[in-house]
Design a protein around this ligand. Structure first.
Ligand code: MN
Length: 730
């Protein structure tokens, strides 16, 4: 693998073959001399002056016919990294455009995919494309990599393997995507050489051995076809073509074939003028030689996803051998070899034009057009290349070059939590690209982010409003939940102490009344579900010690026992709707005792509802909700009633009606919601109106009191597709 020595004359000749403007040529000349001077005294591992590499990269770019800015970027791609040239100096001489390309190339060079776990070729490719933003960056990077691969023999064997593997998995596919066939093929063969040297030599030998024989055959065929095309007055250029070794090996492995069995080893390419000429040539060839069925590919009508266009056919020659023929126009051939770059050049019809970002975007629009009337391939291409390049994620880096990918709109807090939860929790500031920025700063691809932490610092609740990633959100929430729980736990002691102190102050016997069992009787009344919450409320002063002590003393020891008894009796009674007795209706009538008091089943009042009594004939007092329509007529027999001061232990039956749009799992969702609030469902009846697809559910719930019911109803209203929830009256 010896390289021909590249001279300045060769480079200039290549440049001048397509760049004609004087100022462009002058700029390139300036960059050439500048780079040469800056790299003076530097040498590569091969022992050659460093500038040999620079010139080779720029030469490869020139072969792609890229614009002068890109050529300059190629010449200058290592001066910032290796020659201590500052950004300011660079920009003052070459301007922002070239600087941006060089900076992105440098950044990509510094990416680290250190550990195996983090390294995923597909990811690496994506990140590269996204970081490049401007396809010119990728072109420079590919030419840089190409020359580095050509000179890989001077590296240590492990490094050779690592770089070859990365090139094969990351850079060759990118070259392929962009249609840069020449570069792709060379990269693949170089990788093959280093990754499986034995196999490489074996195939190289097979190709070599067959070469003279094959050349003879191919030349004969070329003569025959030439005669045919000349007879028909068709313009053409014709030549034989050899497959690169890597692809021969790939075909052998993938299709399980021997070397001799690979059909397109004998390949001929015909270049002509117009699309029509292509089809004409195909017609004459098919009329003269027997085509092999199923081998005709019309990539002119249906281009490949990397814009490749050509006709392919396979025929049996006069000698009985099989030949693959490719037919294409000059332009198609350029696109096939130079991909993306060639396409622009042709489109602009002006080799002097820069490959501007604008043009790239315009180019992508052109691609979009072929997405619409085209197959999945094209849309995949769109998604992967364009999507990755211009929007998808943002890729930021730690100062050490570790890549962190984040959704668009993320800020340094998201970044910090992605590094580590502890880093997130203790973040105090962020330095992005060397400057201190607010934590709400939206990060961009390529940003180098350094997180400042302080081990005594804690998250702020405001972060919840600005973070983008759910990961960060959850970690912050979890932090505050944990903190609240811890706070509650420490405040329990404070609550207990406050209660005891007030008891002493009021002369209440602490020994007797500060009793967990007794206190528990009060939880329901004060709506604190646990001892922890109860004491926490006292400590937070949302519950006054005086009201607690009052209730506690009122309950008294004897009453508590009766209460307990009442509970046991209740539990033993059947759960069916036995008439509610005075004692268990929870209602008292001022000045009246010993009268039967029942809760009216029509409106089913529950503890806490506004209520009114109705004196029945011989059945005691029926208690209705104050707004029950059934009592409005009989005003003379109404009597004022009120709920017992201490809430009864038993549950109340409440009827509710839910009106909703019908959908799958509606009932399941309703039941889940109800059970979350620890209410039993005693009956359910759901009916669906098929005409407007609405559902009406009538439910009977067993609840503690009106507040409990209101909470449940409020939450039922939040269930997806529910329209209304109301208390029902029978
Ligand atoms: Mn380089």
């Amino acid at each position: 693998m010896k390289n021909v020595e590249l001279t300045k004359e060769m480079f200039e000749e290549q440049i001048k073959s397509y760049i004609k403007k004087e100022d462009s040529l002058a700029l390139i000349e300036k960059a050439y001399n500048y780079a040469k001077e800056k790299h003076e005294g530097q040498f590569r591992k091969s022992g050659e002056p460093y500038f040999v590499h620079i010139q080779a990269v720029a030469y490869e770019l020139a072969k792609l016919h890229v614009g002068p800015s890109t050529i300059c970027a190629g010449l200058l791609h290592d001066v910032i990294e290796d020659c201590d040239v500052t950004g300011e100096e660079f920009i003052s001489i070459y301007g922002m455009e070239i600087y941006m390309i060089v900076e992105a190339v440098t950044k990509i060079g510094n990416l680290k995919f250190a550990d195996e776990k983090e390294y995923q070729a597909a990811n690496h490719r994506k990140i590269l494309m996204a970081m490049a933003k401007d396809i010119r960056v990728i072109l420079v990077k590919l030419c840089d990599r190409l020359h580095n691969m050509r000179t890989l023999e001077f590296m240590r064997p492990e490094k050779q393997k690592r770089i070859a593997k990365e090139t094969l998995e990351v850079y060759a596919p990118i070259a392929h995507r962009l249609g840069l066939a020449e570069i792709k093929n060379e990269l693949e063969d170089l990788c093959f050489y280093y990754l499986d040297n034995e196999k490489y030599r074996e195939i190289a030998k097979l190709v070599e051995n067959k070469k003279s024989e094959r050349d003879l055959q191919v030349n004969q065929m070329i003569d025959d076809i030439s005669k045919l095309l000349t007879e028909h007055n068709l313009p053409y250029r014709i030549f034989g073509r050899s497959k690169h070794l890597y692809s021969i090996n790939k075909k052998m492995v993938q299709k399980g074939k021997r070397f001799e069995e690979i059909l397109d080893l004998l390949a001929i390419r015909i270049i002509t003028q117009t699309e029509l000429n292509c089809y004409e040539i195909l017609g004459y060839i098919h009329a003269t030689y027997r085509p092999i069925p199923g081998r005709l590919k019309d990539y002119i009508a249906v281009p490949k996803m990397n814009m490749y266009r050509s006709l392919h056919t396979t025929i049996v020659g006069n000698d009985g051998r099989i030949y693959e023929i490719q037919i294409r126009t000059e332009e198609m051939d350029q696109v096939a070899e130079k991909g993306v770059a060639a396409h622009w050049a042709y489109k602009e019809g002006n080799y002097d034009s820069h490959l501007e970002q604008k043009e790239i975007v315009k180019e992508l629009d052109w691609l979009k057009a072929f997405k619409e009337d085209e197959l999945d391939n094209a849309s995949n291409y769109m998604d992967t290349v364009i999507g990755d390049v211009f929007n998808a994620n943002v890729y930021c880096m730690t100062p050490k070059g570790r890549v962190i990918d984040l959704p668009v709109g993320s800020n340094p807090i998201d970044f910090a939590y992605r590094i580590h939860t502890e880093v997130g929790h203790t973040t105090v500031g962020a330095i992005v690209n060397g400057a201190l920025v607010p934590l709400s700063t939206v990060l961009k691809t390529g940003d180098v982010v350094e997180i400042r932490t302080n081990k005594n610092s804690t998250p702020s609740e405001d972060w919840l409003k600005i973070v983008k990633t759910t990961g960060a959100k959850n970690k912050i929430r979890l932090y505050f939940q944990k903190k609240e729980q811890e706070e509650k736990e420490t405040l329990v002691k404070t609550g207990e102490e406050m209660l005891k102190q007030d008891m002493i102050k009021r002369g209440v016997d602490v020994e007797e009344y500060f009793d967990k069992e007794k206190l528990e009787k009060l939880f329901n009344f004060f709506r604190t579900p646990t001892y922890l919450d109860f004491m926490y409320s006292i400590a937070k002063k949302s519950l006054s010690t005086s009201s607690v002590i009052e209730k506690l003393v009122k309950l008294g020891k004897k009453e508590l026992d009766e209460d307990l008894l009442q509970q046991i009796v209740e539990k033993n009674k059947s759960k069916s709707k036995a008439a509610h007795e005075t004692s268990k209706s929870g209602v008292t009538v001022k000045g009246i005792t010993g009268m039967k008091i029942n809760l009216a089943p029509c409106c089913a009042p529950i503890y806490g509802d506004e209520i009114i009594g109705y004196v029945t004939k011989g059945q005691g007092i029926k208690v209705h909700r104050a707004d029950c329509p059934n009592i409005l007529k009989e005003k003379s027999r109404l009597i004022s009633v009120e709920w017992d001061e201490i809430k009864p232990e038993h549950k109340f039956e409440a009827n509710i009606k839910i009106f909703s749009k019908d959908r799958a799992y509606l009932l399941t969702d309703l039941i889940t919601c109800i059970s979350q609030f620890k209410a039993n469902m005693l009956s359910v009846n759901i009916s669906v109106n098929q005409e407007d697809l609405t559902a009406t559910a009538s439910l009977t719930l067993s609840v503690n009191d009106v507040e409990h019911l209101n909470t449940i109803m409020a939450n039922l209203r939040k269930v997806n597709s529910v329209i209304s929830v109301e208390r029902a009256v029978k």
